[in-house]
Each structure stands twice: as structure tokens, then as C-alpha cells.
Design a protein around this ligand. Sequence first.
Ligand code: NAP
Length: 275
Amino acid sequence: MSDNIQTVTVLSKTTWTPTLFSFTVSRPDSFKFTAGQFVRLGVNPSQLKYYQQIEASNDTSDTALNEDIFRAYSIVSSPFDEVIEFFSIVIPDGAFTSQLQHLQVGDELLLNTMPFGFLTLARYQKPLPKDLWLLATGTGLAPFLSMLQDLKTWEDYEHIVLAYSARSTQELAYVDKIKSLQEDFGTLVDNPAKLIFIPIVTREPVDGALSERLPKLLLEGTLEKQAGIALDIDTTHVMLCGNPDMVDDTKEALKSLRLVMNRRGEGNIAVENYW
Ligand code: NAP
């Protein structure tokens, strides 16, 4: 086993829907990461009885390393938490996640402790932080929850807009947690950012939620109106995470609103495809 791989224990599990769940694992003392980063989480098929069919599967989204099977997961919890939290979808016939859904408290997983990924707020050098827009679909919410549990985020920005799109209310996970963030974190720093949460539910009408897809909401000005602030090329950082089609379409919408991709630290838009 590589030096970077450590065994972690499942400490809790929350089931949101039959295909969406979250879980926490123990955090090795040596493990450090930046909010927004990913890690590779693995299982050893020989260790757990319900993983034994994994190798027979032909799912290509999972990566085999030696005999263990690893998959990239973005971290939900803050870099300062004692545990590590993940938010997962069950992919039908997916070798890793369709097995992972059976996880139980006390089970062991493998963690590659080398974090990776550049969807971090530290990447922005210009413009300077003022307004942060976090646009997510589905489990793409995870890195944003981590950022929102980092005090620095609340110190650095004036406004944080979190627009989070799911197909149904049931799939709109973590809403209570999002609603308590302002109170929990906004009270710990001077002049904290103001969090503006914009839930979007696209496949059923829901009071208090928008119903169109993110690119349309941007192009029609609905999102800015709902947020009460403008997307300004000189003051806006905007991050996208989730469905790759959403990321592509939303990127184009933002470009047509004159925002630019962040390259070598400069520019407004940073993206992460979630699968
Ligand atoms: P999803 O289909 O990604 O929908 C989540 C939200 O994103 C919905 O509000 C949806 O709107 C919106 N959306 C979809 N395409 C969009 C676009 N082009 N522009 C703007 N918004 C868009 O649902 P999900 O449950 O998160 O994932 C769906 C499928 O992706 C699952 O079947 C899963 O198997 C797969 N998936 C795979 C992985 C992986 O790692 N391989 C990870 C996550 C998900 P609409 O209701 O209008 O579509």
C-alpha cells in the first residue's frame, strides 16, 4: 500500500434519498487539505463482503490502484473539522457508488491523503475578493459547503451568493445546514460576508425556489435580481461545480455577460466538472 494511503473508519451516514447520501469518516492527523479540494477514497474488495462484485463490473468512472478501487470525492467538511464528510450519489450500475451506498458505521475505507484540485478561493489574485458566486448542481455542492465552513471565506467577501440546483426538493440536500451557516460562521468574524442562498428546483414547483436552469436564470437577469447584486467583471468571483453540461452552459452564459475565465490567478470564472 502506498505511503499516502491510510485506513479511515465510517463514523456516520445520512441518507437524503434512495440515491443520495452523505457520510463522515475519521480524519488521520497528518491529513491536510484546502476547502474545495478532492481526495481519492478507496475500498478493498476483499475486506467488505458487499464490495466483492466490484471487480466484475465494467464501470469506467472508478480507477483501480493495485487491488483497491479508488474514486475522487470532494470534501464537504471544513479543513478544520475533526472528521471528513462526503456527499455522494448512487450511480446506477456504478462499481463504486452502488456498493458504497451500503456503507455502515464502523466500516473501513481507504483514503489517499494527497488532496488535489484547483477549485479553491486561493486561486484568485485578480479581481480582489468582494462578491463570491457559488453555482452548484447536485453533489457539486460539496466543495462550496467546505468553503462556507472556512472562516476566511466569511472574512474575505462582502457577499456570497450560493445558487444550488436540484431536480426535486428531496434532492436539495443540506438546506438546513445552509440556512444556519450565516448564524454559525457569520458571527465569528468582524464584518462577515452576507450569504444569499438561492435554491433552485427544476422538476417540481416549490414555493421559495426558482425553477429554471442556471444559464437561463443568468441570461434573463433573474439570478442577479434574486441576489440583489450584479455580476461585475471587476468585483466578482464565480465558481461552478456539478453536472458537466451545466458547467459548460453556465460558463458560456457568464462569458456572454462579459465575465472571463480565471487563468493564472486572473479572471472571474473557476470551474470543476463533477464527473
Ligand atoms: P442532474 O441531472 O445533474 O440534475 C441536477 C440539477 O442540475 C437539476 O436541477 C438539473 O436541471 C440541473 N442541470 C442538468 N443539466 C443542466 C444544464 N446543462 N444546465 C443547467 N442545469 C442543469 O442530477 P444529478 O442527480 O446530480 O445527476 C444526474 C446523473 O448524473 C445521475 O443519473 C448520475 O448517475 C450522474 N452522475 C454521475 C456522477 C459520476 O461521478 N459519474 C456523479 C454525479 C452524477 P434539470 O432538472 O432541468 O435537468
